[in-house]
Design a protein around this ligand. Structure first.
Ligand SMILES: N#[N+]C[C@@H]1[C@@H](O)[C@H](O)[C@@H](O)[C@@H]2O[C@H]12
Length: 447
């Protein structure tokens, strides 16, 4: 047996998001979100599932926090439902929304758990979508008003802020592929949405500094690793394009103040280019305190002419897969983080999401999810490699604390350390919960 030891101040946590767990979709003055509308639209979500109730965490947060305390985590990453604060997206604040999150955050702090707050985890107020959503630059101003309200309201309570969760999903998955709300399929629109998110991010970071808010601020992109199938020039270039679709396009603006030119040229060939206004790129690269990285998977990539968007096909060399069909590719995490550090410097990094979908349920009151334990162990070992290789890694926040509404997959896909029975809402810690608790308590892995 070997022991892998983590730094004494390494942060272990778990994550969820508002629309995925809260429910109470129309309670206490909350306005509609684009996910309320999308999930209520027939055919958009598996089994016609929606987040009306979800895990009912809006009402059961004290039970959830008690479980978090038992888990022993020092950080809990959650998101604020913007439509609870501004039901119309801007204008009048909903006091009951603020009151809810104060009760919630106070309970976390009372239990010694640091709140890591994501301002935007996809539940845009529908009222803003009806005025163009993120395709409308005016949404940036509404977001700034919302962010300022939250910064001032929770000053001293919340000290870790994330502006946006997975800009690639908000732009590409939701406005080009169309699988997520609002479900558009337009590459130009997706590029403009991504750019507006970046401008909103940069302006928010600048405001955070100007207001002198105590704490740190960052953003949480989702990154993937694609390894070229061979060292043939065409395969190397195809893998580079596929990586850049997820990675460089969402990192270069933050750290270099520009988009990767080879991708700008590639998109131009497809008839799309970013509408950049004077000063935008300077704003976007406002320095951040940390980068949140969401990593799940990767693959091999091979050149294939006119195949999909990047003349690039994924080659499945028989990777083991999780129950959502994603390759288990832990080495990709090491490659991603070492590449990121070599490319952008020693930016402080938290893994803000990493986890596996396995749909194990209770048998005799116990959930035997050994495959999730194996997935987590393999990826956490890679994190230790990263630390040994000089990556400025500050913590690991696993996805997810509990089973929840898995977007277009509805409740058919389970990522939690805690099982949720959606009929009774009973919470059952899985074997992985107890495995993770040991890791959190000892700060080392026995392998
Ligand atoms: N699918 N999946 C799991 C997980 C999703 O539940 C999160 O909300 C996203 O931030 C990210 O996509 C990852």
């Amino acid at each position: 047996m070997s022991v892998i030891q983590f730094p004494k101040d390494f942060v272990w946590g778990a994550a969820t998001a508002s629309y995925q767990i809260e429910g109470a979709w129309n309670e206490d003055g909350k306005g509609l979100s684009i996910w309320d509308v999308f999930s209520h639209t027939p055919g958009k979500v598996v089994n016609g599932d929606n987040g009306d109730i979800a895990c009912d965490s809006y009402h059961r947060y004290e039970e959830d926090i008690a479980l978090m305390k038992e888990l022993g985590i020092k950080a809990y990453r959650f998101s604020i439902a913007w439509p609870r604060i501004y039901p119309q997206g801007s204008g009048e604040v909903n006091p009951k929304g603020l009151e809810y999150y104060h009760r919630f955050v106070d309970k976390l702090i009372e239990n010694g758990i640091e709140p890591y707050c994501t301002l935007y985890h996809w539940d845009l107020p529908q009222a803003l979508q009806e005025k163009g959503g993120w395709n409308n630059r005016e949404t940036i101003d509404a977001y700034l008003q919302y962010a300022e309200t939250m910064f001032k309201e929770f000053q001293g309570k919340i000290k870790y802020w994330i502006t946006f969760n997975e800009p690639w999903c908000v732009s590409m998955l939701s406005n080009y592929i169309g699988a997520h709300a609002p479900g558009n399929q337009d590459l130009q629109l997706a590029l403009d949405v991504a750019h507006h998110l970046f401008v909103a991010h940069g302006k928010t970071v600048r405001m955070f500094r100007e207001l002198g808010i105590e704490g740190q601020i960052g953003i949480a992109p989702n990154l993937y690793w694609y390894e070229p199938y061979s060292n043939r020039k065409e395969d190397v270039e195809a893998a580079r394009r596929k990586r850049a679709w997820y990675n460089e396009w969402f990192l270069d603006p933050l750290f270099k103040g520009s988009y990767p030119q080879f991708m700008v040229d590639w998109y131009k060939k497809k008839g799309a280019e970013v509408n950049i206004q004077p000063g935008d790129m300077e704003i976007i690269k406002e320095p951040i305190d940390f980068l949140g990285i969401n990593y799940y998977s990767g693959s091999l990539a091979r050149y294939k002419e006119n195949f999909e968007d990047f003349d690039c096909e994924e080659i499945d060399e028989g990777y083991e897969k999780t129950d959502i069909g994603w390759n288990i590719y832990p080495e990709g995490l090491y490659k991603t983080l070492t590449w990121l550090t070599e490319t952008y410097g020693p930016v402080p990094i938290y893994i803000t999401e990493n986890g596996a979908c396995y749909n194990d349920g209770p048998v005799d009151g116990r959930v035997r999810d050994q495959k999730r334990i194996d997935y987590l162990q393999k990826h956490i070992i890679q994190l230790n490699r990263c630390i040994q290789s000089g990556v400025n890694l500050k913590g690991y926040i696993t996805w997810s604390f509990m089973d929840n509404f898995e977007w277009a997959e509805g409740y058919s896909k389970r990522f939690g350390l805690v099982h949720v029975d959606y009929n009774t809402l009973k919470r059952t810690p899985k074997d992985s919960f107890y495995w993770y608790r040991h890791l959190v308590r000892t700060n080392w892995l026995d392998i």
